[in-house]
Design a protein around this ligand. Sequence first.
Ligand code: ATP
Length: 285
Amino acid sequence: MPEPALPPDTSQGSGPMPEPMLDVVGLHKTYPGDGRPVEAVRDLTFRLEHGEFVCVVGPSGCGKTTLLKCLAGLMAPTSGRVELAGRPVTGPPADLAVVFQEYGRSLFPWLTVRANVELPLIEKGTGKARRRELVEESLAAVGLSGSADAHPWQLSGGMQQRVAIARAVAYEPAVLLMDEPFAAVDAQTRGDLEDLVRDIWRRLDVTVLFVTHDIDEAVYLGQRVLVLSAAPTVLQEEVRVDLPEERDQLDTRKDPRFAELRAWAYAEIQRAKADVHRSGAGPRE
Ligand SMILES: Nc1ncnc2c1ncn2[C@@H]1O[C@H](COP(=O)(O)OP(=O)(O)OP(=O)(O)O)[C@@H](O)[C@H]1O
């Protein structure tokens, strides 16, 4: 398949760079394994500017979750560093929130929706009046004001994931990490949740790193897409998504540029898989 023509990557502008919101430099992670070390992330260097929405795609098992755990301070890299707003990440940072794929396991079934959203704010030391405000605002933002007193198990999967998003948003994070958050919901709900996340991102001053295995989702949501190689992963390619800022599930996906971008990302992922099968290593020398 011929590679789709793309404009040169414009993500690295000239002139002095402002301080990035998230700075990943030479990140490397090798798991001890069971007597045999497993190199998951070979060398990742990238940055997210303040307020950016960046999607990460890559072949299955390439190290996306490993990367996110390192970014969230849940796991120490073997070498390299992660900085959030200029401060090294050495444990879970106070101004970062994560939304995981498995909403069923991330919500407490014995707590109401309101209590689930409020809990991290109590742990953060937010005062009672402000907590109430944040919980109400975030539940309204995800369209769940009427379900505040329900328990998670009384809600559909899509609604539970909305609760998880509300909880992350209420925390007022500077950076929101999302790990395949819509992989377990049906296609229609998924479209609604994609639009919800873009809407929240545009209204709030938050930087988003969104990991997905779905190329269409990455192109639809992101301002930039980073393509990871197969494990041990390196940054294979990146592209700026030069689609109009207003995204629409029908119009955007019909845009010929959308088709070009998704074909490009698809070809890159195929190349990553082919390279790893040929050499047993990442696609870059
Ligand atoms: N705790 C661990 N010990 C040893 N190896 C691990 C561990 N966790 C992950 N790995 C290996 O590291 C590599 C990357 O795994 P990771 O889960 O980060 O990939 P992923 O891209 O998130 O996968 P998926 O696409 O299936 O969600 C894989 O080869 C995996 O087997």
